[in-house]
Design a protein. Sequence first.
Length: 295
Amino acid sequence: MSMNLSKPLSVLIILLSFFSCKSDENLESSLDAKPKLVVKLLVDPDQRRLGNLGTLVDVPEGHAAQSPTFNAISAHYLELAPNANTLLGAGEVLYHAPETAKGGENAIEFSKSEVVYPGEVWLEIPLENIPAGSYEWVRLSLSYQNYDIVFHYNGKPFDGTLASFVGFNQYIESFNLGDESVSVNENKKQGFWGFKSMAGVVTGQVPEGAITVPNPIFNTSPIPAGSCVVTGSFETPLKLTGNETEDIVMNLSLSINKSFEWVDNNNNGLWDVDEDAEERIVDMGVRGLVPSYIF
């Protein structure tokens, strides 16, 4: 007597396939469940306005400034430092964006940057990859900002969009300003910018060394000239035991309090872009970093 085994066999194959898929899903779910440090970049126009030494500063005489409206932001370096004596690079480096020598000198590769809207998740780092310890300070190297600003032409206000490259050096193939793509295909030093208005796109460069980079611990832990490593301290040190079971959200709040600054030749407090105004951009640096965390 013959038996038809095809049906039971097909059922067995389906069942094995089902449990295999379930196992894969459970494994992926288990990996996803591992606690992470979730990093967000925030901007705050009401945060304290600091200078390079981490002290309160006003807009210099003869200059004017405004707090921009952000569209996007990126950074290329993130480090946790145990204390104020920890030199740059000697703490726990959590992130270092891709760099390249395509343009000659070593530079940030802009096309591979993690660009986000402020408040979105920028990075997720498994907590198991961060050594247990107590961390008082955060170092964050900004690289790119995209924001809207108000300018005046013939005495009338208009909105424009600025792409601001504040990293130490960046290889830029192209970047977008609204619906327009701007080709560069070369390295650009800190302070390169592109600006789009109703008249089109123009590009320029702020003076060398003019970008503000607040570092309250400059005496014990200096940063290289031309970098954009902003330094800030937690109100209470971040203590990691190595036994965390839940995500930790780390918010890195950047002061944009009058962070876009220009020479105000006519002392009217407005950015006038008429040809005879010559009100050049002089600073696009952020004005402080306040890190915090939520368990």
